[in-house]
Write a protein of this length. Structure first.
Length: 621
């Protein structure tokens, strides 16, 4: 019986070799672009590609597995597998064509072949042919023949064409069948880790060509095909495009392009700390909750506090993109699911890197989760430190290393970092299941107590971090920016998903680099995470035109507003009113001033136009 399982081992070996061949040819074709990359880094591409290659091979094994289990359970002793050769030959020819198309797609688009490219070829074949006119036809045909020939040769000698089951009891055959299904599912999913497999699992280098090479071509096409429907049709068309444009222009056209200069220098170090689930309701200053974040409350009275800031969405992936790329949320979707689109967004890290900053990103969890890694490595972060860069004996939760460990590592590295530097740190301890390395401050009777305890712990980590940073030479010239990734229903459990209070978060600029006259100041105009980019870059005297959705919170003439979304709803708030809207039921869910119908209509129109325009930009990326 167990001899028959060798069939699957040989099947996987063949397809792993096919993907190896595809990847090798891709790297050879673009070897000139890798001339300055160390050979060891180029060869690492094959190692980092294994997880996606195994996932794709597992998808291909589903049909053979179904036949195997049927014959296995039916008691057959010997089965001829002539059809498996036909199955593999069809896939070999199809995948070889996809590989050669991918070689040329990458030359033109800088990204791997995806559903968008296939749809383009089907819907507009004339234009597709014109686009491919510059592709080397002779080379492409030669590569196609070579891949098919080598693959057929490997298939002939590696893949089994006969199954010998032998004799075994029914119960054992049933157990083996269940285990085989479970193993296939785990390979497709990418293992038992907290998050399912994504393109980010293959990302490992600052050289984007290597990251693209590590992503399995067919897996990428399959995944993009499953999600392309969302990416090609705008479900939120409320206005004629011209009217939508006009409504958005009203929001983003200040009377004057000005700014308050709050910093003593225009080239400070910048440390941006994105705090997990750090809702305004955790603080006494903003949420009237005493004792949970005593240190952060103190900081808010010593720095510059923006006290009416709202998260763009309700998840970390949306908060990261909003804070670092100044890109709004998409209601039912998230741009992180499309790395080829996400990498086209601007990022603060890119702007600062181009202006001489050393850049780094610190996170105690798996950076592959929700494609964080794909964003980080495609936006000029020179160093990424995540769970895999810490020692195994350090304390950690199910999500990753505790905040104190990550803060300590970042502080240590900054002491040897060339200035000026821009470093981003994403915390994680204040996340379900709210576990701590020590005794919880508020106990663990329920999730409210646990959440308050982890928030208290993170608050203490921030305090310890700043106290240690004050002893370093770079501290005097460093601007610290603290912002939450999103709000939370806890600790008050009083806000529905559509309530604006659910999205209320702190935004604090802090440090000795701030002019004395601004320390302790509070700015109360409504704003968003999205506005960090334009606000910061204005202080550093760096252009921010590419951040089209971000506005300067320190420009006295900026129009105050914030936009946020959840799965299929949206909210819009300005200094006078907030309206939230259900896009499915087409109904207002929350209105802070229902008596003012004219203002309600205006706010709702801005919300609708905003989502329509953001989604349209997402489609066109």
């Amino acid at each position: 019986m167990f001899k028959s399982l060798i069939f699957f081992i040989r099947f996987y070996i063949f397809w792993l070799l096919f993907f190896f061949l595809d990847r090798l040819m891709f790297l050879l074709i673009y070897h000139k672009k890798l001339a300055m990359v160390p050979l060891s880094e180029t060869m690492a591409t094959f190692y980092h590609a294994i997880s996606l290659d195994l996932s794709m091979a597992a998808y291909l094994a589903i049909i053979p597995m179904g036949g195997y289990i049927y014959w296995f359970l039916s008691g057959r002793k010997v089965v001829e597998l002539k059809w498996i050769s036909i199955y593999n030959i069809v896939l070999i020819v199809l995948f070889s064509i996809i590989s050669v198309v991918n070689f040329n797609i990458y030359r033109e688009w800088g990204s791997k072949v995806n559903a968008k490219a296939i749809g383009f070829a089907i819907s507009t074949p004339t234009e597709a042919m014109a686009s491919s006119a510059s592709s080397p036809i002779g080379l492409s045909l030669a590569l196609l023949v070579l891949i098919i020939a080598l693959s057929l040769f490997m298939q002939r000698w590696i893949v089994s064409r006969k199954l010998n089951f032998g004799s075994s009891p029914v119960w054992l055959r049933a157990i083996v069948s269940v285990l085989l299904i479970a193993l296939t599912f785990l390979l497709i999913r990418g293992g038992l880790r907290g998050s399912p497999i994504t393109q980010s699992m293959a990302y490992f280098s600052k050289e984007q060509l290597l990251n693209q090479a590590a992503v399995n071509t067919e897996w990428n096409l399959l995944r993009s095909s499953l999600s392309e429907r969302m990416a090609r049709t705008n479900p939120y068309v409320y206005f004629d495009p011209k009217k939508a444009d006009q409504l958005i222009k009203e929001l983003y056209t200040p009377e004057k392009d000005s700014t308050l200069q709050i910093l003593k220098t225009s080239k400070p170090n910048v440390v941006l700390v994105i705090i997990e689930s750090f809702t305004a309701d955790l603080t006494q200053t903003l949420g009237n909750e005493a004792g949970i974040t005593p240190h952060f409350d103190t900081l808010m009275h010593k720095g510059i506090l923006f006290d009416r800031i709202y998260a763009s969405g309700n998840r970390t992936d949306k908060g990261i993109i909003a804070s670092l790329a100044g890109f709004p949320t998409l209601a039912s979707g998230s741009v992180v699911k499309w790395p080829e689109k996400m990498q086209k967004l601007p990022a603060i890290s890119q702007s600062l890197y181009k202006n001489g900053y050393q850049t780094s990103f610190y996170y105690g969890g798996e950076s592959e989760f929700d494609n964080y890694k794909a964003f980080i490595l495609s936006h000029d972060y020179q160093r990424l430190i995540d769970r895999n860069n810490f020692k195994g004996n350090e304390l950690q939760s199910t999500w990753g290393k505790y905040d104190e460990t990550v803060f300590a590592r970042q502080l240590k590295d900054m002491n040897s970092e060339k200035q000026p530097f821009f470093s981003t740190l994403l915390t994680l301890t204040n996340h379900e299941p709210y576990s701590l390395p020590g005794k919880p401050k508020f106990g663990n009777a329920d999730n409210v107590a646990k959440f308050k305890s982890t928030a208290y712990y993170t608050d203490s980590c921030i305090n310890a971090y700043l106290n240690n940073a004050k002893k370093q030479s770079w501290y005097q010239n460093t601007l610290f920016i603290f912002v939450a990734d999103h709000g939370h229903v806890l600790p008050k459990q009083a806000h529905e998903i559509y309530s604006p209070e659910r999205y209320h978060i702190p935004l604090l600029f802090y440090g000795e680099v701030i002019k004395d006259e601004f320390k302790g100041r509070k700015f109360s105009n409504v704003g968003s995470q999205i506005d960090i980019a334009a606000t910061l870059l204005a202080q550093l005297k760096i252009p921010s035109k590419e951040f089209v959705w971000s506005k300067n919170l320190l420009n006295p003439y900026t129009k105050p507003f914030a936009y946020f979304t959840w799965d299929n709803g949206m909210g819009f708030i300005d200094n006078q009113q907030c309206v939230t809207f259900d896009n499915v039921g087409k109904m207002i869910l929350d209105n802070s001033n229902p008596k003012d119908k004219a203002k309600t209509t205006q706010v709702l129109d801005h919300a609708k136009a905003y989502l329509q325009k953001v989604y349209q930009q997402f489609i066109e990326l």
